[in-house]
Design a protein around this ligand. Structure first.
Ligand code: IYR
Length: 251
């Protein structure tokens, strides 16, 4: 392995060193297989209409807490949505996510039991009074019928690390950000497919849900998504969103 001077990085035009010659000791392996780069052929046509249509699509997404318990969307549609989520960028292309799709009623009931038990403690003791007050307009509480009414629950786990082909620990850089981006893409895909969803982040439920689904300890629950069609009598809070001028600053 080559010694680096304190002022010299492993590779940049300034240091003018080529990275492949650097520190490629037996114990170091790149997370991603080293292969020649291939040409990328981008679309050159600006598509402002596409941006507008995408906005109009995602604008109508709402967090739904009342699901139709008798109508189940085809699993293939959900699979396509998760395929889209899997296109998210990730740290060193480690793809540090697992999407567990729970369809079996007995398992959804078990998830609900775990979540309702913990949420009861959350709402009554763990969450500060101000937090519970802030949630009042959303009309949420520890009672979660949507967890058994929704035909699918998608439990999104971030993988804190992976395993190399020779069984060693593989770093998963930015696993939480990467998995959150994938979750965002999943929400858009579900919306594009005409499905409704609810993002929940059940406090203190991660370990029990991980064990319920028999997931390994390197997987930590990030988001629990309920997915399905909205109930006929579903109501949502009359929310407004911040205007562009409030969320974007131009320089
Ligand atoms: N996880 C709880 C509480 C909750 C917290 C926030 I911040 C919300 O925006 C909504 C709910 C629950 O699901 O009820």
């Amino acid at each position: 392995a080559r010694q680096l001077k304190a002022s010299q990085c492993s590779y940049c035009p300034k240091c003018f060193e080529f990275p492949l010659a650097v520190d490629n000791g037996a114990e170091l392996q790149p997370a991603l297989e080293e292969k020649p780069h291939v040409p990328f052929v981008p679309g050159h046509n600006l598509n402002p209409d596409g941006a507008r249509r995408f906005y109009e699509l995602v604008r109508d997404r709402r967090s739904v807490r009342a699901f139709n318990a008798t109508l189940k969307p085809p699993i293939e549609v959900l699979e396509d949505c998760i395929r889209s989520a899997g296109t998210a960028p990730s740290g060193a292309h480690t793809e540090p996510w697992t999407f567990c799709v729970v369809e079996q009623l007995a398992l959804r009931q078990a998830v609900r039991e775990i979540v309702e038990h913990e949420e009861h403690i959350n709402y009554s003791a763990r969450m500060q009074k101000q937090w519970v007050t802030d949630l009042r307009p959303l009309q949420t509480n520890a009672y979660k019928p949507y967890l058994t009414d929704a035909p699918y629950l998608v439990l999104i786990f971030k993988q804190t690390h992976g395993t190399t082909t020779d069984g060693r620990k593989k770093q998963h850089y930015y696993n939480e950000i990467s998995t959150s981006i994938a979750a965002g893409i999943l929400l858009c895909a579900l919306q594009a497919a005409g499905l409704c969803s609810l993002v929940t982040t059940p406090l203190n439920c991660g370990p029990a849900l991980r064990r319920l689904l028999d997931r390994p300890p390197n997987e930590k629950l990030l988001i629990l998504l309920a997915v399905g069609y909205a109930a006929e009598d579903c109501k949502v809070p009359d929310l407004e969103r911040k205007a562009l001028q409030q969320i974007m600053v131009k320089y």
